[in-house]
Design a protein around this ligand. Structure first.
Ligand code: FMN
Length: 163
């Protein structure tokens, strides 16, 4: 088996499976680039380890009226704790992609809030947030494909494969 070089964690919040599919897709792309990759629902992830992660891609959808999917609610509550030190995620490189539908008033709210909160806690964003939109004529791929292209360029520059 070929050797893996760096860790990449993909955390998702998904109500009906689309964000999970996107997370799995990014996971396959990561393995092809030789990352040791885990794809986990946010609420199934041991959040105490977050402080030790180096590289995380967050993917989350929106449900209800701008609400978080059921499987990221606990994780989101944890991130909102007031007693978290402001620099707790300062060794984290990350990216956030949201899945939503711009016909709703609260378009992509969980991803927008997550992006802001991660920055507040000191995380470095390797790229600006991506906003998937069901209304795009290409569906969520309309935003995902160009977003991922830049994210991979940034990641491979920071974590190159040994020549
Ligand atoms: N998208 C938004 O941007 N804002 C919303 O408030 C919102 N509410 C939704 C409510 C329902 C019941 C459904 C079915 C979709 C809603 N969406 C909203 C769109 C979804 O976030 C979008 O279809 C997404 O791709 C679903 O991903 P998931 O299958 O991972 O949950």
């Amino acid at each position: 088996m070929s050797q893996s070089y760096h860790d990449l964690l993909i955390l998702f919040g998904s109500e009906t499976g689309c964000a999970e599919d996107v997370a799995e897709r990014i996971g396959r792309q990561a393995r092809r680039r030789r990352f040791r990759t885990r794809v986990i629902a946010m609420d199934d992830y041991d959040k105490n380890q977050l402080i030790d992660e180096k590289l995380v891609i967050f993917v989350c959808s929106t449900t209800g009226q701008g609400d978080e999917p059921y499987n990221m609610k606990k994780f989101w509550r944890f991130l909102l704790r007031k007693n978290l030190p402001r620099d707790i995620l300062s060794s984290l490189n990350c990216a956030v992609f949201g899945l939503g539908d711009s016909s709703y008033a609260k378009f992509n709210y969980p991803a927008k809030k997550l992006y802001k909160r991660l920055q507040q806690l000191g995380a470095y964003m390797i790229h600006t947030r991506g906003d998937g939109d069901d209304q795009h004529y290409l569906g969520l791929d309309g935003a995902l494909d160009p977003w991922l292209k830049i994210v991979w360029e940034e990641i491979m520059e920071k974590y190159p494969l040994p020549s």
